[in-house]
Design a binder for this molecule. Structure first.
Ligand SMILES: [Zn+2]
Length: 152
């Protein structure tokens, strides 16, 4: 999945669960669950194998998605009633995207560490892929469901 739906769900969990000892691991776990929702992602791995790095288009998508995820996570944390809860929400957002952050140096800094390659393979084995249009709609629905849960 893109990072924005991951962050929306992570923030929703922390908004509702509140207790960081529970919310942060749950947000981390939600990452793997969301990979089971059929979705479309830029093909970072295929492109890196082919050209040594992701294409310009994919990089732009990643930057836009990461920026949106940061803004959304920041906004959802900021609106929490107290600073502790805000920090929990930020930490949960971070935990929700951590599995993908681990991969970033491989794709964007050309770090070819063996454990990252193994991690990418593992994450790929979880992914439920879909074509671009339905695969983006499912992610918009995921974001809306998370926001509905937060604001309900
Ligand atoms: Zn992922």
């Amino acid at each position: 999945m893109l990072e924005t739906p991951h962050v929306a769900v992570g923030a929703a969990i922390a908004t509702k669960v509140v207790n960081p000892a529970l919310a942060i691991p749950l947000a981390f776990g939600s990452h793997f669950l969301l990979e089971k929702v059929p979705h479309w992602n830029p093909h970072l791995n295929t492109e890196t194998e082919k050209y040594g790095k992701p294409t310009k288009n994919s990089t732009i998508i990643v930057i836009a998605d990461a920026s949106l995820a940061l803004l959304l996570g920041g906004f959802l944390a900021f609106r929490a009633p107290d600073i502790n809860h805000s920090i929990t929400i930020l930490a949960a957002c971070f935990a929700s995207v951590l599995p993908d952050l681990i991969e970033a140096p491989y794709f964007f800094l050309r770090v070819r560490a063996k454990f990252i390659k193994r991690w990418i393979k593992f994450q790929k084995s979880l992914q439920e892929d879909a074509d671009v249009v339905p695969g983006l709609i499912t992610q918009v629905i995921t974001i809306m469901a998370a926001l509905a849960w937060i604001f309900a």
